[in-house]
Design a binder for this molecule. Structure first.
Ligand SMILES: Cc1cc2nc3c(=O)[nH]c(=O)nc-3n(C[C@H](O)[C@H](O)[C@H](O)COP(=O)(O)OP(=O)(O)OC[C@H]3O[C@@H](n4cnc5c(N)ncnc54)[C@H](O)[C@@H]3O)c2cc1C
Length: 466
């Protein structure tokens, strides 16, 4: 039987990053993945394929809506949807292949098969040929991720009533895509198909889309997506989903209980994701799960079996690839005897619609609720020369800073390239910068990043360009 210092179950961004860091720290490491490709949800059916389709559909949308204004006339423009999906598959294959390369490079042993605990230090790996291999490890990291959640009365047939996984590999562009859930995944995939010509209706139970993000962001995003043709039905509770041949009928009640019937050819159920621990044999280890199915850990991500850790979507916190990665690194370093730390307040959240949405730190609602005395500065994208040059004038940046110390407490951006720009805010906050620190730093002109500087100037009522 092979023996390891560390064995990791699951090869998503949590698991594979943990494996690399463990190997870098000199630990003999194994990783176990039930699928034939490495990379987990993120690389195979999450972040990467969704961004590939977002980029392809963005090009098409620009060509149809914006090229003529730029003085580029295109005739006979057509979508080759099969090619779009094939390109997405190639991007996924390349990215996942890259993880195999990294495992080789770092001398991590990869086991393909389903891992389940025999006890706290032994894992059975069930392989495709029905054989079982057992390995032993001193420390074990559970990184088994999550699966799409649904509502109790919705039957996911994965043909017409689909999850994000199927939405990333459809054979045709839907005529009318009904999306249940106005969160990040629903809006990103809704954007893809709306840009490609589908009618898209988003039904959201809460009064706003992207619930939990600053209300400025949800209002602005809804306004922009509405202009692009997406229809929103907020404060609507879905009560039934029925499939009749190629038609899906979704019924939802508004606030007053009045039902509306939506008829489409596909329904995407994007009501969140649930931690995945099925068949893992946790009962053989004493590891506990919470009522929500998440693996219970202490602040060091250690379960109540002291040699077993858990990271990523399977534990509490934001279900984000970069959060899983940070946790993978932290646990590897803890195992190696270091004292790492994650500031969860500084994990950014991003929505890759267009305009993009990105945020870090506290929302204005959270600061109000906590009774924090803060100042706010905002800057509209339309006032930027760079935004006008590229015709991306929707959006704004809002900076929230402590009223006394001026420390930046939250940054909320909506606009072109916000996903990349938020990194500056994260770094500023990691170094506990004041809004004046940013306001006094030179930002290249003309760039979108000037909006962050201007919003910081606006905190002190001295924005230059608005
Ligand atoms: C459509 C979509 C778009 C997304 N876009 C983004 C984005 O843009 N940015 C972002 O930060 N996040 C995004 N996410 C979320 C992101 O994918 C997850 O947060 C991330 O993948 C979690 O990483 P993880 O390592 O915890 O788990 P996962 O990536 O879910 O990986 C877990 C792995 O464990 C394997 N596994 C499970 N059980 C076993 C077992 N018993 N034995 C062996 N293997 C097992 C699974 O097969 C899987 O490969 C998106 C998600 C979706 C669905």
């Amino acid at each position: 039987m092979s023996k390891y210092d560390v064995a990791i179950i699951g090869s998503g961004p949590g698991g594979y990053v943990a494996a690399i860091r463990c190997a870098q720290l000199g630990l003999k490491t194994a990783i176990i993945e039930k699928y034939t490709t490495l990379g987990g949800t993120c690389l195979n059916v999450g972040c990467i394929p969704s961004k590939a389709l977002l980029d392809s559909s963005h090009h098409y949308y620009d060509a149809t809506k914006h090229f003529a204004t730029h003085g580029i006339d295109v005739k006979g423009l057509e979508i080759n949807f099969n090619q779009m999906i094939s390109r997405k598959n190639e991007v996924v294959a390349q990215t996942s292949g890259g993880i195999n390369f990294l495992m080789d490079k770092n001398k991590v042993d990869v086991f393909q098969g389903f891992g389940s605990f025999v006890d706290a230090t032994h894992i059975n790996i069930s392989k495709a040929d029905d054989s079982i291999e057992q390995i032993e490890a001193v420390k074990i990291i559970i990184a088994t991720g999550s699966k799409p959640a649904t509502l109790p009365f919705i039957k996911l047939d994965k043909k017409r009533v689909i999850t994000s996984t199927e939405a990333l590999s459809l054979k045709e562009i839907p005529k009318h895509l009904i999306i249940i859930g106005g969160g990040v995944i629903g809006l990103e995939l809704g954007s893809v198909y709306s840009r490609l010509g589908s009618q898209v209706s988003v039904i959201e139970y809460m009064p706003t889309i992207i619930p939990g993000m600053d209300s400025m962001l949800s209002k602005e995003l809804q306004k922009s997506l509405k202009k692009q043709g997406i229809k929103f039905f907020t404060s609507h509770k879905v009560t039934s989903v029925v499939t009749k041949g190629k038609e899906v009928i979704v019924t939802a009640d508004n606030k007053k209980g009045v039902p509306t019937e939506f008829k489409g050819d596909y329904t995407l159920v994007s009501v969140g994701r649930k931690p995945y621990t099925l068949g893992l044999g946790l009962e053989n280890t004493g590891v506990k799960v919470t009522e929500r199915g998440q693996i219970e850990t202490n602040e060091h991500l250690q379960t109540n079996a002291s040699n077993i850790y858990a990271i990523g979507d399977v534990v509490k916190g934001a279900m984000l690839a970069h959060k899983a990665e940070e946790e993978g690194t932290m646990v590897a370093e803890l195992i190696a005897g270091q004292k790492p730390h994650i500031d969860y307040n500084l994990i950014p959240g991003v929505v890759y619609t267009w305009p993009e949405v990105a945020a870090v730190g506290k929302t204005e609602e959270q600061l109000k609720e906590a009774g924090v005395n803060y100042k706010s500065g905002s800057f509209a994208m339309r006032a930027l020369g760079r935004a006008r040059a590229s015709m991306d004038t929707d959006g704004q940046v809002k900076v929230l800073a402590d009223a006394e110390t001026d420390e930046i407490l939250g940054v909320h951006m909506i606009g072109a390239r916000a996903a990349d720009m938020i990194a500056e805010a994260v770094i500023a906050m990691e170094f506990r910068a004041s809004s004046e620190d940013i306001a006094r730093s030179s930002h290249a002109h003309p760039t979108f990043t000037e909006a962050f500087k201007e919003a910081c100037l606006a905190v002190h009522d001295r924005a230059l360009h608005s």
